[in-house]
Design a protein around this ligand. Sequence first.
Ligand code: GDP
Ligand code: GDP
Length: 493
Amino acid sequence: EMEGKENIIKPMVEFSKVDIGMLPSAILVGRPNVGKSALFNRLIRRREALVYNTLDDHVTRDIREGVAKLGDLRFKVLDSAGLEMVATSGSILDRTAGMTANVLARSHFAIFLTDARDGLQPLDLEVGKWLRKNAPGIRIVLVMNKSESLDEHSGSLTGVVAEAHSLGFGDPIPISAETGFGMVELYEALRPLLEEYMIQKMEEKCHQDENATKDVEAKLPLQLAIVGRPNVGKSTLLNALLQQERVLVGPEAGLTRDSVRTQFEFQGRTIYLVDTAGWLDRTKQERGLSSLSVMQARKNLMRAHVVALVLDGEEIAKAKSSMRHAEVVIARRAVEEGRGLVVVVNKMDLLRGRQNTKLYEKVIKAVLEEIQTLLPEVTGIPVVFVSALEGRGRTTIMKRVVEIYEKWCLRLPTARLNCWLRKVMSRHSWKDQAAQPKIKYFTQVKARPPTFVAFVSGSTELAGTEIRFFAKSLKEDFNLGGIPIRITQRCVP
Ligand code: GDP
Ligand code: GDP
């Protein structure tokens, strides 16, 4: 019955990934025989329970603790059955107050059980009073166990529900620890409490490691594609890069073209060049300036992490627009495919010299402006002006490539993102309360490229402008400029 629950919506908190030590604890309370042990066993299923000993009145009593699993929820559960509230003499309240206090102190919320078949008993009222007095800060969920045989239509269930309501802990949730009846309802009641607790915990933790270093999964080899029209200087650039750096494996004769991969090291990092052989060959065939195969470029883009798009600076100086159609297609494609993009404007040596100063500046201005206009969704794409022939700008290119790659691999912990979200929401002045996006939560579901999900309340989807606002803020606050980040949204009740 619970299995389907796990996939309905992406949970705000992935309990299965939370350290057991971080999970909240629920204590099961109720008079004897209401079914605390039965519920404990159902919640922990076959998992092992820890048994603690507490000493009370010189009698050792057991408290069992286990990890409860209910749908995707996880929490620690404490069975206080060993601390029976037995009314031997006088008030049970005095007797149990001391011994349960330390267990209660370790609990974050309580599941208060009553027995649907017995109806409300005086002892239930006493337990209720005791809870109210001793557990003021603890959220209490009232359940009415042994409800499996009560027929809802006969009115008997409504009767006992109303009766239990008088305990003052809201409507009870009818359940059966024995049959599993009502577990979905129990899940629905616990989920918001548990999530709220976890979010608060994660925020506390996030404040603690405010200065935590970036969680970068950038240790994997970087796949770089150098693309561009024929004659822009790709081969020259490649040679410059390989000359400077230690070549680990050169293209070997006899290998099929697709398997040829050049690999080199840049500042201790391995860089793979994607399908260099392909364009080297085609270039040699001199099929004319329009021979750039967009199909081939697309294939390369898919395999690359970062795409270095090479443009010819000299040509740009002469032309009206800086980018040709094919180049625009590649740049757009790279962004659409979620690749990192670095634009390399080559042959800048031809524009040096006094008489060319204006041209040199014109090219820089034209390229920067055009990139921004063409790809407004990705602000801050790095543009590097180089001379492959003279070997100028090689290090700059590689530095930009690595920077982009690291941003592309960035993983922001949920807690950190939600600290950020709170800050963004408070520092931005919304027109009025109603104009404020009903956003509850942010989480990064994927890196390479960073992909985020915004959880919004109810059915009020974020508008395009709001999505762009959050994307812009993410880029500014986490230095994610120049890479295509993605934000999708999900509605949560
Ligand atoms: P505890 O003293 O509160 O820990 O109660 P137990 O878990 O030991 O249960 C007391 C009795 O109630 C046992 O005989 C259980 O089999 C029975 N019981 C527990 N849960 C249910 C239930 O959901 N339905 C029915 N019919 N009996 C139950
Ligand atoms: P590819 O077709 O993109 O691989 O381009 P090539 O690397 O084969 O270069 C095409 C032509 O441009 C060659 O004659 C190169 O010498 C020349 N070239 C490449 N890079 C530069 C550069 O930075 N400055 C100048 N002046 N010429 C360059």
